[in-house]
Design a protein around this ligand. Sequence first.
Ligand SMILES: Nc1ncnc2c1ncn2[C@@H]1O[C@H](COP(=O)(O)OP(=O)(O)O)[C@@H](O)[C@H]1O
Ligand SMILES: [Mg+2]
Length: 315
Amino acid sequence: MNLSDQINKAGSLLSTQRKAKIWAVGGGKGGVGKSLVTANTSICLALMGYKVIVVDLDLGGANIHTCLGINIPEKTLSDYISKKVTSIKELLVPTPIKNLQIISGAQDELGIANLKQMHKNKILSKLGELDADYIILDLGAGTTYNTLDFFISADKGILVILPEPTSIENTYRFIKSVYHRRLKMIEELLNIQPLINQAMNAKMSASQGPPADLIKRVIEINPEMGMKLQREVNKFKPQIIINQIRSQQDIDIGFSIQSVCKRYFGIDMNYVGYLDYDSTVWQSIKKRKPLLMEYPNSRLVNNFDRIVHKLLELD
Ligand SMILES: Nc1ncnc2c1ncn2[C@@H]1O[C@H](COP(=O)(O)OP(=O)(O)O)[C@@H](O)[C@H]1O
Ligand SMILES: [Mg+2]
């Protein structure tokens, strides 16, 4: 791929204009509660009167339909990519909740697991044109380019984290991957690879140091470009949710992740709230019913209410 293609690629991912707002829900690990958060955040927004579309992008592990209490949709994004259906609108399936529709990802991993950049851009821009206020993406686990790219190009990226060392480790890995992929896109967009290389070489240990230091060094070498770079980097503000909390210590983990990321990457994360560990979660999944609808008195209802208001506040 030549440079101008790369700039186009970076540009279209970072600066797409849309009608609907896109929120992506991710996290480094499977089983942390991404689908729970996607389903119930979407329900909250729909109950508030917003038009919402949930898109299941957990390719291979798609199960958001179960959290919303519907059967697996017949037509999926695979059919759109393979051109079996011509419009993404044909994939929309109603749910029992007013204002809430779903689009299913692929059931087979083939074809969609390695989406080409072109397809990703097309999916995002077509999703953004749908008649909705919010499009919520349930991303898969891991740090594949698909997942990172959807996370990066969403208007809001939400990370779900468990208060356990493995999940925290995976979260840092995820943030690091997103940060580097984004930095690369910005480098291409601003055409400043030589400047970055110069900053990296300025000090032998520079490439080993925190990314925040690298940007400081770019500013020293070229203040104008450095500030541009800094501004683009600062636009990256992931939202974090700690799920399955059982104590105040668990709640505090969100604040420590926030401060580590500020120190190391120089990025500001928004800690939008936590979710209690609660048996109504698996009880509702067993019943194949949406939690918020089935257990309106659960503690989780208050948790979600607070989180969604915080997310809307920061919109
Ligand atoms: N707050 C919670 N309290 C109790 N159990 C939970 C909670 N969040 C998630 N779980 C359990 O973890 C499982 C995985 O959640 P899920 O949303 O499917 O994760 P992911 O989409 O990240 O793989 C659920 O089936 C549920 O049993
Ligand atoms: Mg899931």
